[in-house]
Ligand binder design. Sequence first.
Ligand SMILES: Nc1ncnc2c1ncn2[C@@H]1O[C@H](COP(=O)(O)OP(=O)(O)OP(=O)(O)O)[C@@H](O)[C@H]1O
Ligand SMILES: [Mg+2]
Length: 399
Amino acid sequence: MGKTHLDIVSPHCMLVVGKRGTGKSYTLGVIAEGFAKLKEEYSNRVSLILVDTMSVFHSLKKRNTNQREIQAMRRFGIEPKSWEDVVRILVPQVAIDEAEKDGKDIHRDEVLKLPLCKVEIHEWLDLFDLEITEPVGTLLSQVIADLKEDANFSFQDVYRKVDETDVEKDRKETLKNLFSMIEDLKLFSKDGMDVKMAEGGRITVLDISYLGRLGKYELRNLIVSIFAREQMAKRTLYTTIEMQSQADLVDSKTAKNITEEYPIIYMLIDEAHLFLPSEGETISSKALIDWIKLGRHPGLSLILATQEPSALHTSAIRQSDLIIAHNLTAKDDLDALKVAKQSYMKKGLDEMVGKMQFKRGLAMILDDKTRKLKMSRVRPRHTLHTGVDASALPDEERY
Ligand SMILES: Nc1ncnc2c1ncn2[C@@H]1O[C@H](COP(=O)(O)OP(=O)(O)OP(=O)(O)O)[C@@H](O)[C@H]1O
Ligand SMILES: [Mg+2]
């Protein structure tokens, strides 16, 4: 069987779909490894952000020790390998604190902490489930709009500004309490990390798994939204400078190596239906739809993995140019994919699904560029995959 490669010369909107346990996260890991394996001259021009909802991508730092997979590697002519220096893991402080309480340590390269000023008014309103027309929503908008005039501000600045306003005490207290709950999570501060941090040749893992457990606030979506917006703004600006340089409108020094300075970006999102659902909007919906619709030009690619394509926003499906489908049988999900694809694919999809047996890593690839449908087997991982189902068996008895 011939080899199948992912072409990263042009930007993609790509889907990885399949039922529970069919290999979606594993395949995302294989794709991430592919970036780590690029020659430096290419890898410096690309940066990868992995949105990790289950802490399954930390192990990209470790070589594969699974004997069954190491044996399978021989058939593919590859060996266990790791990219410790390439992968950067970001973990929120709340998860670190919680583990410490139990006397445990969480490995991380950096704490995931964002500048408070990066949250937009509409994101605050969505987070707190407030309307701009209701009293607390109006106060919030006023306060944040005022503060945003200076670049950086702290929670203390927010409380001070609220106190300075001329409205009834109850309203002020309600708003301060909402912000105080967010402050306690230590996810935002006056000087958070540089969210425009995409760096060529880097794989950045945003581990937001623990945040999913924290009450009703959609913090995971907020973080993805901020990252997506910031990268979009920065890449759009840099693409303008690149084009001005091509047209000799700016001196070549300004534009020199601009892609290396601010690389094109691939964002891989596991459990993508949480961030861009088919029904209703989340805080991150708008920013991700912008990536899908406008990302081609500034070089922003999305790779979305989901168990249920029918639960994913139709824009993601319609605009996808590559689909990797692991075992998928539910009628709703097949129909959801067919919405996206040309008629030649619809027929092939039914035929292939009929023939598709369940084998680890087996996938059907639908490629809009070549207008082809292809059955492939995803290779074993060089690095360790830790998304193995929780099991009552001790490790040594599992294989
Ligand atoms: N290409 C592959 N080669 C070998 N083993 C694989 C391959 N793909 C998946 N597996 C194995 O299958 C199991 C399930 O894979 P994975 O965790 O990626 O599933 P998933 O589709 O992400 O599931 P979920 O929807 O529950 O997150 C893993 O234990 C993994 O080791
Ligand atoms: Mg998974």
